[in-house]
Design a protein around this ligand. Structure first.
Ligand SMILES: O=C(CO)COP(=O)(O)O
Length: 260
């Protein structure tokens, strides 16, 4: 089953709201509209940029979507520093990145918390981009597939198959994030395939065939094409290479099968 690739830029804690406007405008002018028939493009800026990004995208009816990098598992209330899924939805977000390895490591998020966030995001009509992936020690010991399918189960615990069908999964091996060490296309395909087969086992063929599974970790223009050519890799979650608008536009064009 053909799934349209999704290229999502995770800006992490980079670019203020004024810089964000410039990057989104350059991305829009750098990627001709015809490419959007072949690729979905999203940016996930810091919370403080979202209102500006919404304004610039809506003003020119740009075909670019956007999302947050986290949300609270709670609906609202006394949770200082947190941002709710409802707030992101109100700002026109399509996506929210959840369970990124930097949040799992720096903020101690575990699968159970991530699962609550995924449920809350879905409740508000957001598409979670659920991140998971093994560290270098696990990979060296050969436990990567089991680790990732375990994280998938844990981070989707309690969700119905209908809900799981609305999630995007991102396989991000921790050792490949920001290191310049990309997983080989075979490594990426191996785990993405295993994740899809796990979805098939638990939630059935329709869900497994519909869910987009992205690869993330040092994706750039030079490797995106062969990564998305893998049968179970449906796009990429891009960190560093999404901060430069022209380079990111080129990366998106290549993922769309371009130059068109
Ligand atoms: O963590 C990532 C995206 O979420 C990957 O980051 P890099 O593309 O900078 O390796």
């Amino acid at each position: 089953m053909a799934r349209k690739p999704l290229i999502a830029g995770n800006w992490k804690m980079n670019l203020n709201h004024l810089e964000a406007i410039g990057v989104v405008q350059k991305l829009y002018f750098g990627l001709p509209t015809k490419y959007y028939d072949h690729v979905d493009v999203a940016v996930c800026p810091p919370f403080t940029d979202l209102r500006s990004v919404q304004t610039v995208i809506e003003a020119d009816s740009m075909p670019i979507t956007y999302g947050g990098q986290d949300c609270s598992p709670e609906e609202s209330g006394a949770f200082t520093g947190d941002v709710s899924a409802a707030m992101l939805a109100k700002l026109g977000c399509t996506y929210v990145v959840l369970g990124h390895s930097e949040r799992r490591t720096v903020h101690g998020e575990d699968d159970a918390l991530v699962a609550r966030k995924v449920a809350k995001a879905l409740e508000h009509g957001l598409t979670p981009i659920l991140c998971l992936g093994e560290g270098e020690d696990v990979r060296d010991a050969g436990g990567h597939v089991e680790h990732c399918t375990g994280q998938l189960d844990g981070s989707l615990a309690g969700l119905s198959s209908e809900q799981v069908g609305r999630v995007v999964v991102a396989y991000e091996p921790v050792w490949a994030i920001g290191t310049g060490k990309t997983a080989t296309t075979q490594d990426a395909q191996e785990v993405c395939h295993a994740l899809r087969e796990r979805l098939r086992e638990v939630h059935g063929g329709a869900v497994a065939d519909a869910v987009r599974i992205l690869y993330g970790g040092s994706v750039k223009s030079g490797n995106v094409k062969e990564l998305v050519a893998q049968s179970d890799v449906d796009g990429a979650l891009v960190g560093g290479a999404s901060l430069d608008a022209e380079g990111f536009a080129e990366l998106c064009a290549l993922a769309a099968g371009g130059p068109l």
